[in-house]
Design a protein around this ligand. Structure first.
Ligand SMILES: *Cc1c(COP(=O)(O)O)cnc(C)c1O
Length: 434
């Protein structure tokens, strides 16, 4: 065997996990549009069902196209394994499911995607779980929030709706001290800009829907496991460290070591929760990831240009983009996301709520949609849409106050985007209403 070369990110985003199709030689990963897979014989079937042999049984659990995407994501994040699922929100439940039990809590950042704030404040309570929301810049408060029933710590690397970067090194040190896994939602950054596992994250979750697929065609999610957490150390994670009755008393951590979380995610999580990614969606996402670095470079270059232009505009009172020297979190860029602060930020308009709504309605190139991370530039007034279910305090904490619009900068010509914003801002200024 020759040594495997240490390939760079741009090579891995094209090649990791995929090889020419053994049956046909097809160079692009085929869409294996099949529900089931023929067993060699009865013994083979039994071995697969007992998890004694790894292979394909039924596409709710595993599928060859999805498996390529799982391997590619694990490689790009520097993890041991990955489980794809049907959405980013599905990924969050799939990440928490093996860790939590009724009465358990997760300590989470206040700076999160609005949908996640809702999922964590309301929906997970139906499972008997709860979330404690804390300002993650206040490390004492994070430490104080942890109690005997805490099973995980959760934050976003670059937080949606943009402008905030979590000090992952500081938070992972707290998680380590408490013997808890740190889960990082890396959706807004992607592994090209930020690699949370290098900063101590245990699990990385993504909405594949956003920059990874990158063109607004897919809903999908993934959980990547670093493979580094000792699930047996504390007795707090019995799903992984104790015998599983549904698999004849098999113990995941003992049997699968660093792949315990991944195998549990497939063999129990996907089997019983059924939040499976379909092979067509995996195919689109694989195509998207092939150009991830090129797109992210352009997203960042455009965002930097447009954010500095907006910051100087008369109608604008603030631009929260961590890539701007004026940002209080600018000094975290070099350490946490050295290739740039992403393509997402918020703009506060002097004209308040009314100007925000008018701007959204006046733009021609920007699309008014509830999405981000598209090749196209997108805008949304979070307070009246994605963050609508939140209290005013939660909106403000999440960076989605009523006088704020969220912008996801695409890969078009920056000058065209600036011209569009200029005409939109002229129409939305309070004086223009008269
Ligand atoms: C969109 C998003 C999610 C949810 O992902 P879906 O694919 O829409 O379920 C989670 N976290 C962040 C940061 C997001 O932007």
């Amino acid at each position: 065997m020759t040594d495997t070369p240490q390939y760079g990110f741009d090579t891995l985003q094209v090649h990791a996990g995929s090889r020419p199709d053994p049956a046909t030689g097809a160079r692009q990963t085929p869409i294996y549009q099949t529900t089931a897979y023929v067993f060699r014989d009865a013994e083979h079937a039994a071995a697969l069902f007992n998890l004694q042999e790894v292979g394909f049984i039924y596409s709710r659990l595993t599928n060859p196209t999805v498996a390529v995407l799982q391997e590619r994501m694990a490689t790009l994040e520097g993890g041991a394994g990955a489980v794809c699922c049907s959405s980013g929100h599905g990924a969050q439940i799939m990440a928490l499911f093996p860790l939590m039990a009724p009465g358990c809590n997760v300590v989470v950042s206040t700076r999160l995607y609005g949908g996640t704030v809702t999922q964590f404040s309301h929906t997970i309570r139906r499972f008997g779980w709860s979330a404690k929301f804390v300002d993650f810049d206040d490390t004492d408060a994070v430490r104080d929030a942890i109690d005997d029933d805490t099973r995980a710590i959760f934050c976003e690397s670059i937080a949606n709706p943009g402008g905030y970067i979590t000090d992952l090194d500081a938070i992972s040190a707290i998680a380590d001290n408490a013997g808890l896994p740190l889960i990082v939602d890396n959706t807004s950054a992607t592994p090209y800009l930020c690699r949370p596992i290098e900063h101590g994250a245990t699990l990385v979750v993504h909405s594949l829907t956003k920059f990874l697929t990158g063109n607004g065609t897919v809903t999908g999610g993934v959980v990547v496991d670093s493979g580094k957490f000792d699930w047996s150390a504390s007795g707090k994670f019995p799903s992984l460290s104790e015998p599983e009755p549904a698999y004849h008393g098999l113990t995941f951590h003992e049997t699968f070591g660093p792949l315990a979380f991944t195998f549990h995610g497939i063999a129990v999580g996907l089997r019983d929760l059924g939040m499976t990614l379909n092979p067509q969606a995996a195919h689109y996402t694989l195509l998207g990831i092939e150009t991830l670095s090129l797109r992210m470079q352009k997203h960042v270059e455009n965002a930097e240009k447009i954010a500095s232009w907006l910051e100087k505009h008369d109608a604008v009172s603030a631009v929260t983009y961590a890539g701007l020297p004026s940002s209080p979190w600018h000094d975290r860029v070099a350490r946490i996301c050295p290739k740039g602060a992403g393509g997402l930020f918020t703009v506060t308009l002097k004209g308040g709520y009314d100007s925000c709504v008018k701007l959204v309605d006046s733009l021609e190139l920007f699309s008014h949609v509830a999405n981000l991370g598209d090749t196209r530039s997108l805008i949304i007034h979070s307070a009246s849409t994605t963050h609508r279910q939140l209290t005013p305090e939660q909106q403000k904490a999440a960076g989605a106050a009523p006088d704020v619009v969220r912008i996801s900068i695409g890969i078009e010509d920056a000058d065209d985007l600036i011209r569009d914003l200029d005409q939109g801002l002229a129409k939305s200024a309070p004086a223009a209403a008269a």
